[in-house]
Ligand binder design. Structure first.
Ligand code: ADP
Ligand code: MG
Length: 473
């Protein structure tokens, strides 16, 4: 007796309905459409790959049993995966009949044969806007000790996405140190060298909102489906996924799919993976599979190089001493460095003022909080102690070790020359020494300056550093 496919599927559904709860039935079986009967195979259409995998994972035994009941011992199911809406529309005119590809039955036949159900002959790959800013490149990501590892790992990943041990690549560091720039530089490089790769940049915030939206619209499957098509996924600021259980769960699923498929995942975070509180342990352990590379605050030379590069980009020119002044004072955030540069230029244009240290100081004060205009004795003590690598306390104590004595005397000398404090006030800052000790110290330093060129250079450097700094309190 010949059966038609709709009747066969109806009968199957009747059995299935008795075996699963109504919510599952609604979610996983109602959306299935029978397509045709091909001898002992019933072809059914499912909305996406995720759907198919879910059925495979959870209902394979039930489906097998049901279909055999209807079609006999050799009966089997074949799946057809419906492409998502955009793809359908995009391809409707070109190949309207080839929406899907028949894939294997869950009844145990040829389960290893599907690799990627989205690459279907005759159907173009979905074009996805990578959401990447083309101006973030490796060329303008200045290299320094602070970023060498992360930058070279980024270059390696860009050269061979998914093909290095750096998967995922986790770039972490404080705000404004270049995480987004570096992550996007990788994306840009890949897009330039492999235009067929699908790259996607997404902030964790956007990712989370997309998930919330897809849950609301009952479209989580489409969401997951979409992300599974990405070859290089960049998720920025994953610390914002902390404590978002559902988002983490879905991200975990997507991550695994991509990673297993040899796709590249790049993540950024404001702290190392192990310190991501509120993140599921299984996710943290995945993050550690690849490489975590940090970005540190750049040193003075690197800051100067970055500032110069920004000026070139913007077509600006600033006097050298102004650049130096900016870089001495903005240490921990490159975005601030740029902010200061732009503000100085804006202030100078708006108020028709020459760009000099005076204007620069005013601008910088708006960026750096807790600034004091004055050079203070404790500030000098700290700089000198750091330079000689001795604890500040020792400058105030009684130690007669030569290195410490010199640092102590030099601090007094600089305090006398660079502050307007009285000799008595200076002495008080050094464990209550009296003014004659300060005079004696200044004399000793002066003698050394007159005879020791190296010492003289050191002192000149320190003086410059102190004058250049708007000292933090
Ligand atoms: P984060 O994402 O870590 O907060 P961003 O990537 O947004 O930091 O970087 C802040 C700004 O600093 C950006 O404009 C970026 O171009 C710039 N920047 C950071 N590091 C470098 C670098 N090494 N060379 C040039 N510019 C940099
Ligand atoms: Mg960022």
């Amino acid at each position: 007796m010949l059966k038609d496919y709709a009747t066969v599927w109806d009968n199957c559904l009747r059995t299935i309905r008795r075996n699963v709860n109504s919510q599952s039935f609604k979610t996983w079986f109602e959306p299935i459409k029978p397509v045709r009967l091909d001898r002992d195979a019933l072809i059914i259409q499912v909305p996406n790959k995720f759907f198919y995998e879910w059925l495979e994972e959870h209902y394979v035994a039930l489906l097998k049993m049901t279909i055999r009941q209807e079609l006999g011992e050799t009966g089997r199911l074949e799946y057809q995966i419906l492409m998502n809406k955009n793809q359908e529309e995009q391809n409707q005119t070109s190949t309207p009949t080839k929406k899907g590809k028949d894939i294997h039955a869950p009844g145990g036949i040829d389960t290893g044969s599907i690799k990627n159900p989205f690459v279907i002959p005759g159907i173009k790959k979905l074009k996805i806007d990578p959401q990447i800013n083309p101006s973030y490149t490796f060329d303008n990501f200045i290299e320094g000790d602070c970023n060498r590892l992360a930058r070279s790992a980024g270059l390696a990943v860009a050269k061979k996405p998914g093909g290095t041990a750096f998967n995922p690549l986790v770039i972490f560091g404080d705000v404004g140190l270049g995480k987004t720039h570096l992550a996007q530089a990788i994306g840009n490089d890949i897009l330039r060298n492999n235009p067929t790769k699908t790259v996607l940049y997404v902030s964790s915030e956007k990712f989370t909102n997309q998930i919330i939206e897809s849950i609301r619209n009952n479209a989580v499957n489409d969401f997951v489906n979409f992300y599974q098509q990405i070859d290089i996924l960049i998720v920025d600021d994953i610390q914002f996924l902390a404590n978002k259980v559902k988002t983490q769960e879905i991200f975990f699923h997507i991550f695994n799919q991509l990673h297993q498929g040899g796709k590249q995942v790049i993540l950024t975070s404001d702290r190392p993976p192990k310190d991501l509180d509120g993140m599921a342990e299984r996710l943290i352990s995945r993050f550690k599979w690849g490489l975590s590379a940090d970005l540190q605050a750049p040193d003075l030379e690197t800051r100067m190089a970055i500032l110069e590069s920004k000026m070139n980009q913007e077509g600006l020119e600033l006097p050298y001493d102004v650049c130096e002044f900016i870089c001495y004072n903005i240490k921990n955030n490159i975005r601030e460095l740029e902010g200061v540069l732009i503000s100085i230029v804006a202030q100078s244009t708006l108020n028709r003022r020459e760009i000099d240290i005076g204007l620069t100081k005013e601008v910088i004060k708006n960026f750096v909080t807790q600034m004091s205009k004055e050079i203070t004795v404790p500030f000098i003590q700290k700089l000198v102690a750091d330079h000689f690598d001795v604890p500040v306390d020792k400058l105030k104590g009684q130690t007669r070790k030569r290195g410490i004595v010199i640092a102590r005397q030099l601090s007094m000398y600089l305090a006398k020359n660079l502050t307007n404090k009285s000799l008595k006030a200076i002495g008080e800052n050094f464990g209550g020494r009296d003014h004659s000790t300060v005079i004696y110290s200044c004399k000793a330093v002066q003698d050394l300056l007159d005879t020791d060129m190296i010492f003289k250079d050191t002192v000149t450097d320190l003086e410059k550093k102190i004058k250049m700094s708007l000292n933090e309190k």
